[in-house]
Design a protein around this ligand. Structure first.
Ligand code: C5P
Length: 297
């Protein structure tokens, strides 16, 4: 028997970051939107736990037990007293170390796939609980759509979205480490009072209405200055996308993928073409959001 699960990438349309907590994490007001770039996670019974990965970025994916997909399988197996003898294959289309929750997607995908393969029938709440243990963004990868994440981002409230938003994602030449970007955020804010993170009502209203222009006026990412400080070339990519007519241009999460919101699919194609021709990114992907969370295929 084989089970395949498709899991989406995300962009943060708002990422409000508070001061570092005693545990090293940061309180967030994190508005996630799932978008139509997907990893596919396939599990098959095997002699022992094994991970393989395919796709253009496969060489950058760890194939040991640090991979969130392996950790998800191990945790579900531990809870249900099952031998985690499974081959996990990741068909990777989400950029690696890109700020689009690709690793989190694989964790959520492997969890849902193993739950089906082993017939463990964990409740939705238990799956979400395991996701939160694996990482701050993993619960959202399971749920998809749009959601506000508070705490370290793992406590989710589903959000209404009144339409489809058109996006272009410019994939950078190299990745950025999320902890490094948070550390840079701390360094840049040293000695300053960092306000409590709060979700923008204007942004939530724009999402609910499906109004791209209003959303463009409300997007924000508190990690953007830190990502730009570590990866200054991204300023140019953002400027190119803006110049090509994007309604909004921002760093996706901790970066370095940059996200461009456009009025419609035609405008997205145009922005993607200009970005590619400029040589300021490795690839430009056109897609839409919201997208569904983890689904068994
Ligand atoms: O939760 P996750 O393991 O994905 O987080 C990766 C890293 O990102 C953490 O180790 C931490 O450095 C940083 N982080 C943070 N505050 C959050 C989420 C992540 O500082 N709310």
């Amino acid at each position: 028997m084989t089970v395949s699960v498709r899991v989406p990438a995300k962009v943060n349309v708002q990422l409000a970051v508070g001061a570092a907590r005693p545990d090293g994490f940061h309180d967030l007001a994190n508005v996630f939107l799932a978008v139509g770039l997907y990893d596919e996670v396939t599990v098959t019974p095997a002699d022992e736990l094994r991970i393989t990965c395919s796709g253009p970025d496969a060489g950058q994916v760890p194939l040991d037990r640090t991979n969130l997909a392996a950790r998800a399988a191990l945790e579900l197996a531990r809870r249900y007293g099952i031998e985690p003898a499974v081959h996990i294959h990741i068909a990777k289309d989400i950029p690696v170390a890109g700020g689009m929750a690709g690793g989190s997607a694989d964790g959520a995908g492997a969890l849902v796939a193993c739950d089906a393969l082993w017939d463990t029938r964990a409740s939705r709440d238990e799956l979400l609980d395991i996701c939160a243990e694996l990482g701050s963004d993993v619960p959202f990868s399971l749920v998809g759509g749009a959601a506000l994440g508070v705490g370290r981002g793992e406590q989710l409230r589903t959000l209404e979205v009144g339409g489809t938003f058109h996006w272009v994602f410019a994939i950078a030449e190299r990745g950025l480490s999320t902890p490094a970007v948070f550390r840079e955020f701390d360094r840049m804010n040293e000695g300053l009072r960092v306000p409590e993170p709060v979700a923008s009502q204007e942004l939530l209203d724009a999402l609910a209405k499906g109004d791209a222009s209003a959303l463009a006026g409300a997007v924000s990412n508190d990690l953007q200055p830190a990502a730009l400080s570590l990866f200054p070339e991204l300023e140019h990519t953002l400027a190119v996308g803006r110049g090509a007519g994007a309604l909004a241009a921002l760093v996706s999460g901790s970066g370095p993928t940059t996200a461009f919101l456009t009025q419609n699919a035609e405008a997205a194609d145009r922005v993607a073409e200009v970005l590619l021709a400029s040589g300021s990114c490795r690839a430009a992907r056109v897609t839409e959001g919201p997208a569904s969370g983890a689904v068994v295929l």
